[in-house]
Design a binder for this molecule. Structure first.
Ligand SMILES: Nc1ncnc2c1ncn2[C@@H]1O[C@H](COP(=O)(O)OP(=O)(O)O)[C@@H](O)[C@H]1O
Ligand SMILES: [Mg+2]
Length: 356
């Protein structure tokens, strides 16, 4: 029998009065895949997750999870899938062990089985040693692992994770990534995760969809999407902007570089195919002109470049890599954007699990 994709979404839309949370979203996730749903704040990620996990009804379109329609067969959808929402209101006074037992009870486990399941899950997410501490005292990383354990109580085949690593430090983020990979590899679990981190989508997901303003603007493997951008580039840094400017004149005449170098202060970027093969040529030309670069690096297109090409805007940059407006290229937009409204207005991402 042909394998039905574990998640199928057809022209999904969700409106809240005048607000269009999801405009038109379609994609499929085959069984056993880690699929990344990448988008800035307010793009429509949580709304999509809520519809796919039967916590919200679509205004338009349809979706199937595990072969079941999310509107007409919500009980079946809940049976085959688990979800860790962006913000769950776990009782901070309860311990992880108590919370997991309670949650298993809500899924119909008897007392003894619920206790047994809680121990298994604590082991899986590495919280056994901290099982009797109150959830309110957990670090961010431990909280996410507890969220994950809660989502796994009934052994779902399909797992939804809404921004599982937002706000985590890098070490905790990697812990969550390792856990997601393990569940996928060892249990064959299909995993749908949303993220606003380009790197997370890049390294964790086999395929991604980029969502912006409620619409999927690109879909594919991270490698494929980047490769479709075509160009590679060489980034050459100098001691100061004046040196870079002189170098730009020298390099403008080189063969194999169809476009003029783009300068950004003391750094030049040269666009070309087969960039690696042109490193020597650039280095020689600079040496001959008596100009010494402080660094010369090969840059491939990033998912940020993919996002820019698809939407005309840079991805919501973190403060560390924000580019000053005056250094931006002519085709980019001013750096302030209306994108950081999302979570503050995120109305009730805090609804509880779906066992109730
Ligand atoms: N219950 C709701 N009522 C009104 N507007 C909502 C509701 N849920 C989401 N929105 C709006 O829909 C848009 C998409 O939200 P959301 O799906 O939470 O995006 P993301 O998870 O990608 O940050 C946002 O503009 C948000 O404010
Ligand atoms: Mg969200």
């Amino acid at each position: 029998m042909p394998d039905t994709p574990d998640i199928q979404v057809h022209h999904l839309a969700k409106r809240y009065g005048e607000t269009v949370a999801v405009r038109d979203v379609s994609f499929e996730v085959p069984r056993g895949e880690i699929f990344g749903f990448l988008g800035p704040n307010g793009a429509g990620k949580s709304t999509t997750v809520q519809i796919l996990t039967t916590l919200a009804l679509p205004s338009d379109g349809s979706a199937e999870v595990g072969g079941f329609d999310v509107v007409r067969q919500p009980a079946e959808v809940r049976r085959v899938s688990g979800v860790a929402l962006q913000e769950i209101g776990l009782d901070p006074m309860m311990t992880a062990r108590q919370l997991l037992r309670l949650h298993a009870g809500l899924f119909g486990f008897g007392r003894r089985d619920a206790a047994k399941r809680a121990e298994e899950l604590l082991e899986i997410v590495g919280l056994t040693a901290d099982a009797d501490r109150k959830a309110g005292q957990y670090s961010g990383g431990m909280r996410r692992r507890l969220d994950l354990a809660m989502a796994l109580v009934h052994e779902p085949r399909i797992l939804f994770l809404d921004e599982p690593t937002t706000g985590l430090d890098p070490a905790s983020r990697r812990d969550v990534w390792a856990e997601v990979r393990r569940l996928n590899r060892e249990k064959g679990m299909t995993i749908f995760l949303t993220t606003q981190y380009l790197e997370e989508a890049d390294v964790l997901a086999e395929r991604i969809a980029i969502i912006d303003h409620g619409t999927v603007v690109r879909e594919g493997t991270p490698e494929g999407l980047k490769a479709a951008m075509g160009e590679e580039s060489l980034e050459v840094a100098f001691i100061d902007a004046a040196t870079a400017e002189r170098a730009a004149t020298v390099l403008a005449d080189l063969d194999g570089f169809p476009r003029a170098p783009r300068s950004d202060g003391a750094t030049l970027r040269l666009y070309t195919d087969h960039a690696a093969q042109r490193v020597a040529k650039v280095a020689t030309a600079l040496t001959n002109a008596g100009l010494e670069p402080t660094s010369l690096t090969l840059a491939r297109p990033t998912l940020d470049d993919v996002f820019l090409a698809a939407t005309g805007q840079r991805f919501d940059a973190s403060p560390a890599d924000a580019v000053p407006a005056d250094a931006a290229s002519p085709d980019s937009v001013p750096s302030e954007s209306p994108r950081d409204d999302g979570d503050a207005t995120d109305p009730d991402a805090t609804s509880h699990g779906r066992a109730a």
